[in-house]
Design a protein around this ligand. Structure first.
Ligand SMILES: NC(=O)c1ccc[n+]([C@@H]2O[C@H](COP(=O)([O-])OP(=O)(O)OC[C@H]3O[C@@H](n4cnc5c(N)ncnc54)[C@H](O)[C@@H]3O)[C@@H](O)[C@H]2O)c1
Length: 323
């Protein structure tokens, strides 16, 4: 069997996470690695037995599939270059940092027969697949309260620079916009409030959302909230029942008013599985090798960008945004 040649552009933290997972997949070989900094490129290339490529273009030309794991504002340009070269693309979140760019990626991906997947890993995390199953099979949601905080915007260095992230909502919070669509359906209206405290950009957000099925939710996201656990939490309120997640660690719910709670714990899973990275990489390779549609599409990537942009717009106009 000919192995799928995978290239990685951006050899930092998340490039390393994907490379370690892919290196164990017998269907693929990591053929090339590129990073603008020589040291991370050399370290990752040594770790997975890959060649160091001197440009992203060299990776694109020499591989069948490309992982884009650079900081945010480079994603769209690299994704479009790879997709236009007919390559399969795994693009880390955010897929783009403006609606215009996101639209250009959707159009380029739409013209290609190759697989295009966006790295919204939470969809694959066992906590969230279990929550989704409960909402589909037994618990009708009425409303929800969601939070996604960060401790700081200091590590890695570039996360405090909105010219590189596109803004805090693009860097961290975007995960939960995708997650809310995955769990609750399409957003029909949102209104956001924001303020700035620690960093020279809006770093605290309170958002009110309405969904097509009639459900509504509040969503809080702070960039400087400390790493007090859990920094990510979803509480869903159903008929005489609440379902609560604690980061990617556990899910607790009740089924009736008898005071008994059921806990599903994911504590003992390895992080790469607990956070859904293993499953999203397997799913990407499955899509390529078995001709399956990608689990998180360019359209999904666009919708998350649209929700981020709408929050910033709602804050600047003090008005709700309707979809
Ligand atoms: N899905 C997730 O849970 C998750 C987790 C972490 C990071 N991310 C995303 O992955 C991306 C990378 O984040 P990270 O934490 O790995 O950052 P990082 O700083 O650890 O790594 C980024 C690497 O990209 C390199 N780089 C910068 N510009 C480049 C360019 N033009 N071409 C090639 N290489 C370039 C840097 O030298 C660095 O080694 C970000 O977009 C981030 O939002 C996603």
């Amino acid at each position: 069997m000919t192995k799928l040649k995978i290239g990685i552009v951006g050899a930092g933290y998340i490039g390393g996470v994907h490379a370690r997972i892919l290196a164990r997949d017998e269907r693929v070989v990591i053929a090339a690695v590129h990073d603008v900094a020589p040291e991370p490129a050399r370290r990752l290339a040594d770790m997975c037995g890959a060649r160091i490529a001197h440009s992203a273009q060299e990776v694109i030309e020499s591989c069948d599939a490309v992982y884009i794991a650079t900081p945010n504002t480079k994603h769209a340009e690299l994704a479009i270059a790879a997709v236009q070269a007919g390559k399969h693309v795994f693009c880390e979140k955010p897929m783009a940092t403006s609606l215009t760019e996101a639209q250009a990626v959707v159009e380029a991906a739409g013209k290609s027969d190759a697989v295009f997947q966006v790295g919204h890993n939470r969809r694959f995390a066992p906590v969230y697949t279990a929550l989704k199953r409960l909402l589909t099979e037994s618990h009708q949601p009425h409303s929800a309260h969601v939070k996604m905080n960060r401790g700081e915007l200091l590590h890695p260095e570039w996360v405090g620079d909105s010219k590189i992230t596109g803004g805090f909502l693009y860097e961290t919070t975007i995960h939960m916009f995708d997650m809310m669509r995955f769990l609750f359906g399409e957003v029909t209206m949102l209104q956001a409030l924001g303020s700035s405290h620690e960093y020279p950009e809006t770093d605290d957000f309170s958002i009110l959302l309405q969904f097509a099925g009639g459900m509504h939710a509040t969503f809080a996201s702070s960039a400087d909230a400390s790493w007090l656990f859990p920094y990510e939490r979803v509480e869903v309120f159903c008929h005489h029942s609440t379902i609560t997640t604690r980061e990617m660690e556990s899910l607790v719910y009740n089924q009736a008013l008898d005071g008994r709670n059921i806990e599903q714990s994911m504590h003992q899973l390895a992080k790469e599985e607990k956070w859904g990275y293993l499953q999203e990489d397997q799913s990407f390779v499955d899509s390529i090798t078995r001709g399956l549609p990608p689990a998180v599409t360019a359209e999904d990537g666009y919708k998350s960008v649209e929700l981020v942009e709408s929050c910033y717009r709602s804050i600047s106009t003090s008005e709700a945004v309707k979809f």
